[in-house]
Design a binder for this molecule. Structure first.
Ligand code: SF4
Ligand code: SF3
Length: 506
């Protein structure tokens, strides 16, 4: 196997025997075959709604920490073979048609951006929001991978991926807010109750909606985990008394937190890990998520039957408490724009001197404590804008406010990154400049391929001088890195503008 798609890949080589994430060589091979089949499907003239679903969900299933179930990976490939005939080619063989490492690196960048795009588009589609041009670009991007393309061609395809990414994130924002309402400022409890509970993690809001409906009046509480935390700020979910609050932190802590939760857990998307035996029987997956030997809840005509999960909860002990401060969330673009006049005045008066976007993914390396140290060390006249699970490194810090404007503005899931774009553009308009002319820095933490798509989107929007960490992508060659540095000023995280503060990862 060779997989180097995430931030935790083994430095220098990539994962070549087993994944750091737990992916086996056998599963990696099956994913390579599936992507090979998706490339063939994208290159064929076959068009049908099922084909679009294979392209979108098939790619999403190969995203880091999404699907560890070889049988389900195989069944998608078999569905494709039923439509276009036998295909037996691996993506790694397609990519190695390029003997030039730099071209391969640009193709991997595109493939990983496409995976992120597919993941975000999947979420919009689940809520009934579709845009044929997005799946059209997925087709175009995948079918370009076997082609002999120049570096310039590949750079422009990557930029196009970023452009389509912005459109997709906007569509997802519309899907979420028109279905569940505009997120509201909300303080989320991290305390546990005395009833048995069900924990729901991942990004799929529709799964949460169905679970809340089906657990109403049963005496079972529902708690969010990881990227489901922002759901607590949507009016449509706040109506449910059985939505108790949030339990635990980011995905990488799940092996301890799922154990101490005591009740069943539903993993709706990435990031799910291969479970410990202590909670394997209580873990359920749904949607694109999967783990071999773990029960999977199927979607039948848009409805999921969670009765097995609810039955399992009935006999479980209530969750064991975890010490954590309550969390303030719900700063989507609407909430922030409602404060726009006060924010602009605060910038003009010098009360706010800088905004720092600290969005993206969390991960398990100890070096990621850097982000907490960084957030705490920022001067008191800076405001942090965040989205994604990266925030769990610092969202329980008491950072205070600036004249009533909170110093930590949490826009939601990584799926809500579009909010940060809207906020940055609104500030730029108010000050008659572009995003790079604002007192705005980007210190992005990444782990998986949705973050790659967000990065391509930021580059397409012309954002310069992004700090990226904890480590730069292992699939980027030194020459391509030089292009990113020279053209966009990308750098490994470590420093922020000198008038603020300087921190460096050891
Ligand atoms: Fe390694 Fe990351 Fe690939 Fe898992 S997803 S095999 S950790 S590079
Ligand atoms: Fe997190 Fe997986 Fe990326 Fe959605 S849950 S940001 S890592």
């Amino acid at each position: 196997m060779l997989c180097r798609q995430c931030e935790e890949t083994l430095p220098g080589t990539g994962c070549i025997r087993n994944g750091v994430c737990g992916k086996t060589a056998e599963l990696s091979d099956k994913q390579d075959l599936l992507i090979g089949a998706l490339i063939e499907l994208a290159s064929s003239d076959k068009r049908c709604p099922e084909c679009d679903k294979y392209l979108v969900d098939g790619l999403f299933m190969t995203l880091s920490n999404t699907n560890f179930d070889a049988k389900r990976i195989d069944s998608v490939r078999e569905g494709i073979i039923d439509r276009i005939g036998d295909v037996d080619i691996r993506v790694k063989d397609i990519l190695s048609l390029d003997t030039d490492d730099d071209l391969r690196s640009l193709k991997e960048l595109l493939l990983f951006g496409l995976k992120g795009l597919a993941a975000y588009y999947h979420h919009a589609r689940v809520l009934g929001f579709e845009d044929g041009s997005i799946v059209g670009f997925i087709r175009k991007g995948l079918s370009s991978l076997p082609e002999a393309l120049s570096a310039d061609d590949l750079v422009s395809l990557n930029m196009e991926c970023g452009e389509v990414g912005v459109r997709c994130l906007a569509l997802l924002d519309e899907a979420n807010t028109s279905t569940y309402g505009i997120p509201e400022l909300t303080s989320v409890s991290t305390k546990v109750g005395t009833n048995p509970g069900i924990l729901i993690t991942g990004h799929d809001l529709k799964d949460l909606e169905q679970l809340l409906e089906q657990t109403k009046g049963t005496g079972i509480d529902v708690y969010t985990h990881g990227e489901m935390l922002p759901a607590n700020s949507y009016p449509a979910f706040k109506r449910y008394d059985n939505l108790k609050g949030n339990y635990g932190g980011a995905w990488y802590a799940q092996k301890d937190e799922f154990e101490s939760f005591n009740g069943p857990i539903i993993a709706t998307t990435n990031c799910v890990l291969i479970p410990k035996d202590s909670y394997r029987d209580r873990l359920f997956t749904t949607g694109t998520a999967g783990v071999e030997g773990v029960k999977h809840i199927e979607d039948v005509d848009g409805r999921k039957d969670f009765s097995k999960v609810i039955d399992a909860a009935g006999s479980c002990a209530p969750p064991t408490p975890i010490e954590r401060n309550d969390l303030t969330i719900g700063f989507g673009h609407s909430q922030v724009l409602a404060l726009a006049d006060r924010i602009i005045d605060a910038v003009k008066s010098g009360a706010i001197r800088r905004f720092v976007v600290m969005a993206g993914c969390d991960g398990r390396e100890r070096s990621r404590s850097y982000y907490r140290e960084f957030a705490e060390a920022l001067p008191k006249d800076t405001v942090i804008l965040t989205a994604g699970c990266a925030k769990y490194r610092f969202n329980d810090c008491d950072l205070g406010d600036i004249g009533g404007i909170p110093r930590l503005v949490d826009a939601g899931q990584c799926n809500d990154c579009y909010s940060l774009v809207v906020i940055a553009n609104a500030l730029a308009d108010a000050f008659g400049t572009d995003v790079n002319g604002l007192p705005l820095s980007f210190n992005i933490s990444w782990y998986e391929q949705k973050a790659v798509l967000v990065l391509l989107s930021l580059l397409k929007l012309g954002v310069k001088d992004i700090m990226l960490g904890p480590r730069l992508p292992g699939f980027i060659t030194p020459n391509i890195l030089k292009v990113l540095v020279d053209t966009f000023g990308i750098r490994a995280n470590g420093t922020v503008p000198e008038d603020m503060v300087t921190l460096r990862i050891e």
